[in-house]
Design a protein. Structure first.
Length: 98
């Protein structure tokens, strides 16, 4: 347990492309492809995989990103301990606009 190495983080970032590639061939789920691909983009443009910013990020991807961030903050991960609900809400407040 502990922080991810650069190699581990790069590997983890690939999950958005893997998810997109799994969904694309499924006709009735194809609409979700951009949401899956872009759910780790950031409003300030520092996210991945494409460095989209602001309104370039699909609304569905922004919603999934918030849910994913909340889950990451409040559940145990090998690289961090969970935050309380109050701590997670404070973190969201600090991240507003990013």
């Amino acid at each position: 347990d502990g922080p991810l190495s650069t190699t581990e983080f790069d590997l983890m970032k690939d999950h958005v492309l893997t998810g997109e590639n799994i969904i694309k061939p499924i006709e009735y789920l194809r609409f979700a492809s951009p949401m899956i691909r872009h759910h780790h983009e950031r409003y300030d443009g520092l996210g991945y995989p494409d460095g989209l910013r602001g309104d370039q990020i699909p609304l569905g991807a922004r919603i999934i990103g918030v849910a994913d961030a909340f889950d990451a903050m409040t559940t145990h991960r090998p690289y961090n301990e969970p935050l309380s609900l109050g701590e997670a809400m404070e973190e969201f407040e600090a991240l507003k606009g990013k």
